[in-house]
Design a binder for this molecule. Structure first.
Ligand code: TYD
Length: 212
C-alpha cells in the first residue's frame, strides 16, 4: 500500500514543529516508518533555494519569482524525497506544502490560487496530502512567537496586512477542502492539540485499513 502523506500548514509561529515531533513519535511507536521533512527544503537543492528565498536582503524579489522558486524547490523535493518515500510505503510528514504557496503567494502576494496552482503542476504531479493540519493561532500570538524566537526571515518580516491575507487564504482553502484540511486551534495546551490531531490520524488509518 502506498504510504500516507500528512502535511502541517498555518501561519508562522503556529506551533507546528512540536506537533510534528509528537505525531512522528506516535506513528513510529505504532510501527510506521516515518519520514519528517519540510518545505521549502528537505533536500540539498531545495535547501539552497530556501536560502535564496528567505534571505532578508532580497527585497527586490518579485511575487512571480518567489512563487516559481517555491515551486522549483518543491519539484526537487517531491521527486527526490517525498514520492520515493511514499512509494516505499513510508509515512511522510511534511512541514508545509502546496497550501502554503496558495496562501502566501496566491493570497498574500495576490497572484491568485489558479496561477499558483498552475505554476505547481509540474512540481507536484498532482500529489495531494491525504490529511492536512491547519494549525491556527491568533495573529498577535503568532507575531510574538516569531519575534521572540529568532531574527525573522524575509516573509516573517512582512507587514500585518500581508499576514492577514495569508490567514484569509488559509481560511478559504479550509472552506474549499473540508475533507482534507483539519483546522486546529493551536493556541491551546500542547496535549489538547495533540489529542485532537491523533484522533484525526487514528480515524484516517482506520478508514485506510477498511479500504474506504
Ligand atoms: P519557515 O522558517 O519554515 O517557517 P515556519 O517555521 O513558520 O514554517 O519558513 C518558511 C517560510 O516560507 C514561511 O514564512 C512560509 C513561507 N512559504 C511560502 O511563502 N510559500 C511556500 O510554498 C512555502 C512552502 C513556505
Amino acid at each position: 500500500m502506498r504510504g500516507l502523506f500528512i502535511t502541517f500548514e498555518g501561519p508562522d509561529g503556529g506551533g507546528k514543529s512540536t506537533q510534528i515531533r509528537l505525531l512522528n513519535e506516535w506513528l513510529t511507536a505504532r510501527g510506521h516508518e516515518v519520514l519528517v521533512t519540510r518545505e521549502p527544503g528537505g533536500c540539498k537543492v531545495a535547501e539552497e533555494i530556501r536560502g535564496l528565498i528567505l534571505d532578508i536582503r532580497h527585497t527586490s524579489m518579485t511575487p512571480v519569482t518567489e512563487a516559481l522558486l517555491y515551486a522549483a524547490a518543491r519539484a526537487q523535493h517531491v521527486e527526490e524525497v517525498i514520492a520515493p518515500a511514499l512509494e516505499a510505503g513510508k509515512t511522510v510528514i511534511c512541514d508545509r506544502f502546496l497550501d502554503s504557496s496558495l496562501a502566501y503567494q496566491g493570497a498574500g502576494r495576490k497572484l491568485g490560487f489558479t496561477t499558483v496552482a498552475d505554476m505547481n503542476r509540474h512540481a507536484t504531479h498532482g500529489l495531494v496530502p491525504e490529511i492536512t493540519f491547519l494549525c491556527r493561532i491568533n495573529t498577535e500570538l503568532s507575531r510574538l512567537r516569531v519575534w521572540g524566537r529568532s531574527v525573522p526571515d524575509r516573509l516573517e518580516s512582512e507587514k500585518t496586512d500581508f499576514q492577514d491575507r495569508v490567514l484569509r487564504g488559509f481560511d478559504e482553502l479550509a472552506r474549499r477542502y473540508p475533507e482534507r484540511i483539519k483546522e486546529i486551534d493551536a493556541g491551546r495546551d500542547i496535549q489538547v492539540v495533540y489529542d485532537e490531531i491523533i484522533g484525526h490520524v487514528r480515524a484516517l488509518l482506520e478508514r485506510r485499513e477498511h479500504g474506504a
